[in-house]
Design a binder for this molecule. Structure first.
Ligand code: ADP
Ligand code: MG
Length: 404
């Protein structure tokens, strides 16, 4: 991986400074701005220098003064991510470290390579993206959720990915239905390499390695496929998934995660890491009830409701449920309506997403509308970042609700 310069302040509490210093990366892309002790010295060093990251190396005891260092640093320079390098990791300490502002934690001693990786991750994850050295802004991670099987999650993920690619975006779709993933079929790809191959390949993950394990669809959409067999799913750990998501967001404008039904550990980790959610429900009372439960769960997870797009699939099915019922049950109007369309199963069987096979259909148009919700605000955010704020309407004006 092309390594970026990391400038770090390292605070040491209760460990031998010499041991800590020896564990730090010693290549030219790592710059140690200073080793400090105590809150005041650490905060002064962070304020005086333009640090990318603070490493707090400590014993990890519950009464550790390192918690004061983390707290003080986080309050004074909240933009600088803090990594705790701790000799022990009792739960109480960890929880308090995260509460007062730690971004990540690693056990001391740690290999130089792992420590560098932890620092790069924390820098990439901080609000505003990568290190201040001209690296690209982090892409969106859109997690496509649905309470049950068969609601249209994979249909939505694959068509959203293709619609975004057609809009000029660099897109990766990750199939997190680890046991029964079928993005491979929806996009008509040969299952040559999958996430399982990546998981068992050994060594550390970087952008080149991720690139080795993605398949590229004819539209340019890259795909990280689910394992070919259910028994291979357990090889994909949450740690690997988190690393994949961080690296993918550095490489792509949009990362779309297709998910299995329910809140599995992978799904929760992806929701946590995501910038946006697409919740897909269908027009029947069971699905609506489960969609409502899903939305309530997201609310318990403190997910920003503004970042959730509600997709109602098979929205024109006549099953005695009205538009009004939907709004009453879900508490809000769906953002996108996808009609039932006989061409959809046909497109799935042929392995050609409907946005490509029937570009003039209502369904294709609904997926373009969904993509526009992300592209438009993306473009708007970039425009806003370029100083002059152009006059523009809110992203809601891109919604074209279809009622048939
Ligand atoms: N709007 C629709 N019209 C017709 N068939 C649909 C529609 N939405 C989904 N389907 C069909 O339902 C099946 C399940 O969809 P899928 O996207 O795989 O659901 P999930 O990923 O939520 O399990 C697919 O075979 C798909 O062709
Ligand atoms: Mg699916």
């Amino acid at each position: 991986m092309a390594e970026h310069l990391i400038r770090a302040v390292v605070a040491v509490e209760g460990l031998d400074s010499f041991d800590v210093q020896r564990s730090l990366p010693d290549d030219p892309n790592f710059q140690l701005l200073g080793m400090t002790e105590g809150v005041d010295e650490t905060v002064r060093a962070l304020q005086a220098q333009n640090a990318d990251v603070l490493v707090v190396a400590c014993q990890g005891r519950d009464d550790d003064r390192s918690l004061q260092i983390i707290d003080g640093a986080h309050r004074t320079v909240p933009d600088v991510p803090i990594i705790v390098l701790s000799a022990a990791s009792p739960n109480g300490f960890l929880r308090r470290a995260f509460e007062v502002g730690a971004a990540d934690m690693a056990i001391f001693p740690q290999s130089k390579e792992q420590l560098r990786f932890a620092m790069s991750k924390a820098i990439a994850r901080r609000p505003g993206g990568a290190a201040g050295d001209g690296t690209r802004r982090e892409g969106r991670l859109v997690c496509v959720l649905g309470p049950k099987g068969g609601t249209g999650k994979t249909l939505t993920s694959s068509n959203l990915a293709v619609a975004l690619a057609l809009a000029g975006q660099k897109v990766l779709i990750i199939d997190l239905d680890l046991q029964f993933g079928d993005v491979v079929l929806c996009l008509g790809l040969p299952p040559e390499k999958t996430m399982y191959d990546l998981a068992v390949s050994g060594g550390s993950l970087d952008e080149d390695k991720l690139a080795d394990y993605v398949m590229t669809h004819q539209t340019g959409v890259d795909v990280l496929l689910a394992p070919a067999r259910p028994d291979q799913a357990s090889a994909i750990t949450i740690e690997l998934l988190r690393d994949v998501l961080v690296i993918a967001r550095q490489q792509y404008d949009h990362v779309i995660a297709d998910t299995p039904p329910g809140f599995t550990a992978e799904v929760i980790a992806t929701i946590d890491a995501s910038s946006d959610l697409v919740m897909v429900g269908t027009l029947d009372s069971l699905s609506l009830k489960n969609t409502k439960l899903g939305l309530e769960t997201l609310s318990l997870m403190d997910y920003d409701p503004e970042k959730i797009q509600l997709v109602l699939n098979r929205a024109d099915t006549r099953v005695g449920i009205t538009q009004h019922d939907v709004v009453t049950v879900l508490g809000s109007e769906p953002d996108i309506f996808i009609p039932s369309d006989r061409e959809i199963p046909r497109a799935v069987n042929e392995g050609v997403p409907i946005v490509l096979s029937r570009p003039q259909s209502f369904a294709a148009s609904a997926f373009h509308d969904l993509a526009a919700l992300f592209v438009s605000s993306e473009v708007a955010a970039e425009a806003a970042a370029r100083v002059e704020q152009p006059k523009r309407s809110s992203s809601l004006s891109f919604l074209r609700l279809k009622r048939r």
